[in-house]
Every structure is written in C-alpha cells, then in structure tokens.
Design a protein around this ligand. Structure first.
Ligand code: PEP
Ligand code: MG
Length: 766
C-alpha cells in the first residue's frame, strides 16, 4: 500500500489543477481499496456544510448538490467527531441519510475518514461498497493516511481560492481580486508592482512571461541547446580515460535527448504560441519529469533525474544568454521563494515598497532586515503562485500578513488612505527624535539600534539612536563570495564605529549556522538550530575568529567605542575560551604591534535556556549581558523560528518567557552586571513596556521601531509598569498576557501606536 500511496501523492503533486487532484484521489483510492465508490466531501463555509465535491462510483450529476452539515448524515458525523467511521451496514445507523440523486442505494457498507489540517476538518473522504462487510483495518488505515496527505493539498487550495472556486464554481465577487496570506513579519502597507527574484537554473522558479520577440526566443533556445550539447561533449571528452564505454555512452544518450525533435518540438510550439523560451522550456521539462517519475519501471522512473539535470543545464544557458540587469519598478514589491539579504541589497532603497518570501518566518534573517529598514514584509506565503506574479500589481499588508493581487479600486483606495496615515504618523514621530526616552516618573531608558547593512545604519542615525546594541557582523559577510580579509573587515567595522562615535557600538562576532549559512562556508546539518552555530563555529575556527577580533580592535583605534558581543553562549567554558582569544589578540596588537586602544567591553548573549540559569556565572566573566529574545523564544518553546508550520506557536508573550526574562533581569541586577535586550521583543511597543517594567534599562531594536517605542515609554510610569508586570507574570497563557498588557497600557494618545493601521485594514477587509 505504501507504493500505492507514493504513486497517488506523486500524481496529486503534479496534477494540473484542484479538480484533477480530486479526480485522481477518488479514482486511485477506489481502485486500491477495490471498492464500488470513493468520494470526497469538502467543507463549504458559505453553507456551513460538507458538499460532495468529487466521486468515482456515485452519479456524477450529484457532485455539488449533496450537502451535509455536521448535524446530518454519516459524513456530517465523521466531520463532527473528527474520527473515522467504519460501518458494515450504513443504513442501520441512526444518522444514515439517503440521497436519491447519488444512486447510492446499492452500496451497503461505509467507511469515512476526516480530512484534517491544523485541527480544522476540511472534508471527509468516503469509500462505500455493495457487499455488506466492514472494511478491514488496513483499508481503514490506508484511508486515514490518504486523508492526511490530502489535507495539505486542500489547505493550499483553500488558501489560493481554488477550493472556493471548486465548490461554488465562481471566482470571488470582486472581479479578479485575489487574497493570499502569509506571516506578517514587518509592519506597514506596501503598494506596488512585483519583481520576481528567482534562483538561477531552478526549473520551478521560472517566472511565467510572454515572448516579445518570438524568432529571437527560438534562436536563443537553439543556442542554449547547442551550448549544452557542447558542454556534454566536453565532459565526455575529459572523462574518456576514466569511465568505461557504457558509462560514457550515457553522455550520448543525454545529447540525443537534446536532439530529440519531440522534446524540442513541444518547446517550440509553446514559444510560437507566445511564451518566452525560459517559461516554455521549464514547462515542458517539468511535464517530462512528471511523466518519467510516474512510470512503474524503476529504470525509467529514475530517468526523471536525468531529465531534470538536462533541463537545468539548458535553462542555465538560456538565463545566461538572456541575462538582463533587472529593472526595478518605481514601487517594487520583491517576491522570491526564499528571499535573502543579498536580494534586498540589490534593489535601490527608494524603490522598494514590500517583500514577500514563500519560505521562512517572522524571525528569518530577511524579515529582521525588513523590520530594520521599515519595509513591509510577509514571510511563509506558501500558497502564493509566486512565479505567475511578475509585473502584477499588489497590496502588501504587513500588519495582517495579507497579499492582495489585482485589488479592486475601492480596496486600493482604502489602502492608499492607510498608507498616507502611516506616513503622517511617521512624520509626527520625528519630533521625538531629540527628546530623551524617559518615563513620566523620570526614569531614563536607553534606546539603541540593531544594524547590519550600511543602509539601516544610515536610517538609524536619523532616528536619534543612542548607540548600537547589536551589529550583526554576519550580514556583510553574506554579501561576499569568500570570507573578507582582515583589512576588508577593518574598513567595514571602522565605518560603523565612526558613524556612531562617540556612541558605543556593540559588534557581535560572527553568528553563522542555523538559518544563516554563508554561501562559501556551507554547513549541512539535520538540526541546524541545535547544531554548529555562533560561538561554536568560531571557537572551532580560531583562524576566522582571530581575524575578526583583530579587525574589530584595529578599527577601534582612536575611537574606543567598540564593545564585543559573543553569540550562542551555552556554558562558561565557551566564554573562558573566547576570553583567552580576545586577550591574546589585544596583547598582540598592543604589546607586539604597538597599537593603542582601550580594551573593549565584552558581553555575552543570553539566548539559550542554559544561559538563563547561569547569569551570575556569566556576569563574573563579562562586562555586560544582552538578551536575544528571538532565539531565547525559539529554544525555550522548542519552536523553530524559521518554520512557518509552527509559527503560530512562537509566542513572544509566553508566560515561561516572561519568567525567564524576569529572572535574567533580577539575577543580572544582583550580580551588578548591566543587561540589555536586543531581540525583536524590544522593538515591539508593548514588549518594550513589559521589559522596562521588568527593570531593563537598555533596549536595542530595529531603527524603524525606535521612535514608536520612545513615544510609548514617554507616556508611561515605571511604577505602574512594575505593577503591570507583576500581574502579567501570573497569567497562564500568551494570549491572556498580551490582552492584559494591551488593555492596561491603553490610553487615547497611544491607541495608534499600540493598534497600528492593520486593525483598521482588517475592518475594511471584512
Ligand atoms: C536574537 O536571537 O534575539 C538575536 C538578537 O539574534 P539573531 O536574531 O541575530 O539570532
Ligand atoms: Mg540570536
């Protein structure tokens, strides 16, 4: 059965549309279970019922006509109880309802399995048979397994609107407007035109574009095929004495596949029909991969890999031939399968309005950069048909994580108004730039910024930051194709230190690993967030660590505003080892090489649970502590910060996190060690108020949030915040904490800051 299941999944994954998916499911399940009927009922929210959506065995005319609520029929019962129902004699069951239009009277026994995604019952998969016999255990288990697989596909169809179209046979009432959802990762409204970022030679990431010059596209296809054949001949030649004749013959097979008129012919037809060469080539190759992988013969099904490889090679040549510097629309909305920092740096800042990434989550690197630069960002938009959106007009609602394609004029106007409101609020906040960040009862809080790119550094300077609490040194490392030399690093660091001098700049040593892989230093691990990350990598590679420390310290000569921060510290030995190397570098530079500068302040990040319980021990070894709430939340709650599947469990106000944060503040105070927070919680106005109430006096955040946080803190009293925190720490769950904090901080003058434009947008969408 596993084999049957694998084949069904394969077919489903490559089906042309959702109708085809349902038809495949009902046909294949019916045949595997060897029964009379297989049907799928899907939830229709408009009617709050499950509607017969596909069948193989019942009368086709009944599709779309048979409805059952959770109160009705056996299908309704399966949905209501969210568990399988296996009946030898369906008619004898009190919930049996007869639907004459289906022609089901001859089918006696019934087996139904709910289709559940993230706890929602999306539908019911049913098999029926004429013989009066209970389906056996393996058949029941098979149906449950197929339902579980189907759930993801249905959830996708639901998100893309295809499910709604399947059920109600009409598109949204709003013309062509489509709405997709993702994870809101940087607040704000972005209105603009999509520019698609695709990975080179990725067949699934080719934007669907039309040809502007068909003969030219045909010519380029021909050239790309010829170049690929030349490459293959070259490789064959070079391996002549290393491979035997059968192995070498493989290259001839490859070459002849490229000469095959049927493959080329299909592509040519598509191009002549108006598609550009890259789109046509990838479409045909994907179809061939699908055909091969579905073949029963293992030798033939493995040929799918060869076709994919050839497809990529030709696509690579086509992309080289057709490479044009991207033209960034004035209002660019960047979309990619997995956006990363370098994509962002390519776009002129004044053009970029929003970012959407299919993969990733709120705390992925690019999302953090989006927040730092005030670019509305949506991550984990897994259902968006991103390759089809190049050049499409979009609204990105970074408050609610909504992406609205081809908006209606009314919707566009609502969002334009919200955008204007946002702009005027930002202007109003500018007046706070030079005012101190202090509570009403005159307690001073220092607001620092997190930086990484040159651009966010520039933005920070305009917002009245009092220092840099976290300079992520790995970000400039991402933009290169090798490790920067000591001198290159020194220049980068010098620029950062000079821009802020005499204000302090906290430079974190290289924090790679986890979701931050350098292209030239790949780390492949099963569990990257629990693996070789941060200080673990740099201690294992002193040649990288020492160069970085030397560059930082040399950069600080004459400025003396450097402090160094060590990431991912989980035990005192790591701190001790790092301190040995730091002292060694300092001694070499000052005693042996004659540089003169102050020994930098050294800090440890508190971002793994083990560190929370060793504050006193760490405090004896370093000058300050800095809490990384992004990772601390991830590790404390065991929720991958980058995984959109579990993003809903990433609770930034989880009571355990509150207890940990409070404990850190109290223990650091008792040890006489300064402690700040540089995770994203510090940049959330409500989170910042909570942290201040706990006793944190320095908060470091994306510069885009700095003035908002200042505005909120200036309206609050520390004594009140202390009491609010006391109560919040006694609450049971994250939502209770958030609700309580929101309601107790509520003041008319803060309303806009605590409930930004998104709340209003939500109303307009409903
Ligand atoms: C953190 O973990 O909170 C942090 C500030 O570091 P990063 O987000 O770079 O891991
Ligand atoms: Mg971290």
């Amino acid at each position: 059965m596993l084999d049957a299941l694998r084949k069904i999944v394969q077919e489903v994954n490559t089906a042309d549309d959702f109708h085809a998916v349902l038809d495949i499911i009902v046909a294949r399940v019916k045949s595997v279970v060897n029964t009379g009927v297989c049907s799928v009922y899907l939830y229709d929210a408009d009617n709050d019922s499950y509607v017969l959506s596909a069948t193989n065995g019942l009368l086709q005319e009944s599709v779309g006509k048979v409805y059952m609520s959770t109160e009705q029929g056996l299908v309704g019962l399966v949905a209501h109880r969210a568990e399988p129902l296996n009946l030898e004699d369906a008619e004898a069951h009190p919930r049996f309802t007869y639907f004459p239009e289906t022609g089901e009277e001859k089918f006696k026994s019934f087996l139904g399995a709910p289709i559940i995604h993230h706890r929602d019952v999306l539908g019911v998969l049913v098999v029926q048979q004429q013989q009066r016999r209970k389906f056996d255990e393996s058949e029941e288990a098979f149906l449950v397994t197929v339902s579980a697989q189907l759930a993801g596909v249905i959830a996708h169809a639901e998100a893309t609107g295809e499910l709604r179209r399947t059920i109600s046979q009409h598109i949204y009432d709003n013309g062509d407007e489509r709405c997709y959802v993702g994870l809101p990762s940087a607040q704000g409204i972005g209105i603009g035109t999509v520019l698609l970022v695709s990975t080179p030679a990725d067949l699934n990431a080719v934007p669907r574009r039309l040809a502007t010059d068909i003969p030219h596209e045909l010519e380029q296809l021909h050239d790309a095929l010829e170049s690929t054949k030349d490459d293959l001949r070259g490789v064959r030649e070079s391996l002549n004495d290393k491979l035997n004749s059968e192995e070498l013959a493989l290259f001839d097979v490859y070459i002849s596949m490229l000469e095959d008129t049927s493959l080329g012919g299909e592509v040519v037809t598509l191009i002549e029909g108006g598609l550009c060469a890259q789109s046509a080539w990838s479409q045909v190759i994907i179809a061939h991969i699908r055909t091969f992988s579905q073949m029963d013969n293992p030798y033939l099904s493995e040929r799918a890999a060869d076709v994919r490889d050839l497809g990529r090679r030709v696509l690579g040549h086509l992309q080289q031939l057709q490479h044009e510097e991207p033209v960034y629309p004035e209002n660019t909305i960047l979309i990619g399968e997995e956006l990363a920092a370098p994509h962002l740096t390519d776009v002129p800042f004044e053009n970029i309005r929003a970012m959407i990434s299919v993969k990733g989550s709120h705390n992925s690197h690019v999302a953090i950069l989006g927040r730092a630069m005030g670019i509305p960002t949506i991550m984990g938009a897994v259902d968006i048909p991103w390759t089809e959106l190049d050049g499409v007009s979009l609204i990105v609602d970074g408050y609610q994580g909504q992406i609205i394609c081809s908006p209606t004029p009314q919707r566009l106007q609502v969002y334009k108004d919200l955008y204007q409101e946002e702009q005027s609020q930002a202007k109003d906040l500018e007046s706070l730039k030079d005012l101190p960040c202090e509570t009403i009862d005159k307690h001073r809080i220092s607001l620092w910024v997190n930086t990484g790119l040159r651009l966010d550094t520039m933005l920070s300077l305009n917002r009245g930051a009092e220092g840099v609490g976290l300079y992520r040194t790995e970000i400039p490392f991402f933009l290169l194709d090798r490790f920067p030399s000591e001198e290159e690093q020194r220049k980068m660091y010098r620029e950062q230190l000079e821009m802020f001098a005499p204000l302090p700049v906290t430079m974190r040593t290289l924090d790679i690993g986890g979701d931050k892989a350098l292209p030239y230093f790949p780390i492949k691990e099963e569990n990257p967030f629990l693996g070789w990350r941060g200080i673990r990598v740099t201690l294992d590679h002193p040649e990288i660590f020492l160069v970085q420390l030397r560059a930082m310290m040399r950069a600080s000569v004459g400025l003396d505003n450097l402090s160094i921060l060590l990431p991912m510290i989980s035990n005192t030995m790591e701190l001790d080892s790092a301190m040995v190397l730091i002292r060694r570098v300092y001694n070499e530079l000052t005693l042996e090489e004659g540089y003169q500068f102050k020994f930098p302040a050294i800090g440890a990040m508190i971002e793994v649970p083990a560190a929370v319980y060793q504050i006193r021990e760490f405090a004896r070894r370093v000058d300050y502590l800095s809490v990384g709430t992004n990772d601390l939340t991830q590790y404390l709650l065991a929720v991958d910060r980058n995984n959109s599947q579990v993003a809903e469990l990433y609770h930034t106000f989880h009571p355990s996190l509150l207890k940990a944060l409070r404990m850190i503040a109290d223990d650091a105070k008792a040890a006489g060690c300064p402690v700040s927070v540089c995770g994203e919680l510090a940049g959330d106005p409500i989170g910042a108020a909570l942290l201040v109430g706990m006793g944190y006096k320095t908060l470091s955040m994306s510069s885009a949030n700095l003035l908002k946080v200042k505005a909120v803190i200036r309206q609050l009293k520390l004594s009140e915040l202390n009491a609010i925190v006391d109560h919040a720490c006694d609450l049971d769950d994250t939502f209770a904490v958030r609700d309580y904090l929101e309601s107790s901080l509520e003041r008319p003058e803060l309303s806009q800051l605590l409930h930004p434009a998104g709340a209003q947008a939500r109303q307009s969408n409903s």
